[in-house]
Design a protein around this ligand. Structure first.
Ligand SMILES: Nc1ncnc2c1ncn2[C@@H]1O[C@H](COP(=O)(O)OP(=O)(O)OP(=O)(O)O)[C@@H](O)[C@H]1O
Ligand SMILES: [Mg+2]
Length: 143
């Protein structure tokens, strides 16, 4: 919370290192993210979940696949993905929408898919992002 221009978005970008601070440290779970290489940072970001106000869901993927995608890229064991996705969809009360596409959902349901996707890999930190973020071209959702 804070006034417009107070620095909320800047702080969030610093926490997930979308923006690098000129000085100081960004410590998540005991690790200073400013000291990490690009590949180490990619792994450290698995501890940082992002929930997007504009959802950032993949429109050509089902609800199930949107959540599963985040688990796959975080290295979650393949054989456990189905159960974890369904557990997370149950938490946000969307079990019956697993096979639906984002366009078939209400705004609130899309928001809940975004929450299920963010919590699926059990991140240590959850960031409420107000702007969509594209870290790489081939990965339009989260990192
Ligand atoms: N890329 C940038 N370069 C220079 N200054 C910036 C940049 N981005 C934001 N700022 C400035 O930094 C300050 C904080 O901006 P920030 O976007 O973090 O605010 P905010 O709290 O998210 O505001 P809002 O509620 O309006 O989204 C503002 O004064 C803004 O003008
Ligand atoms: Mg902002």
């Amino acid at each position: 919370m804070g006034y417009s221009g107070a620095g909320k978005s800047t702080l969030l970008r610093l926490i997930n290192m979308l923006e690098r601070p000129d000085s100081g440290q960004v410590v998540i779970d005991g690790t200073d993210l400013t000291t990490l290489s690009a590949s180490e940072l990619r792994i450290a970001r698995h501890n940082i979940g992002m929930i997007f106000q504009q959802f950032n869901l993949m429109s050509n993927q089902t609800v199930f696949d949107n959540v599963a995608f985040n688990l796959k890229i975080s290295g979650y064991p393949s054989r456990d993905i189905h159960k974890r996705v369904m557990d997370c969809l149950a938490i946000v009360d969307l079990t019956d929408r697993a096979g639906h596409y984002p366009a078939q959902l209400s705004g609130g349901q899309k928001q809940r898919v975004g929450i299920a996707r963010a919590i699926a890999p059990s991140p240590k930190v959850l960031l409420p992002m107000s702007q969509p973020v594209r870290l790489t071209l081939q990965r339009p959702v989260v990192c």
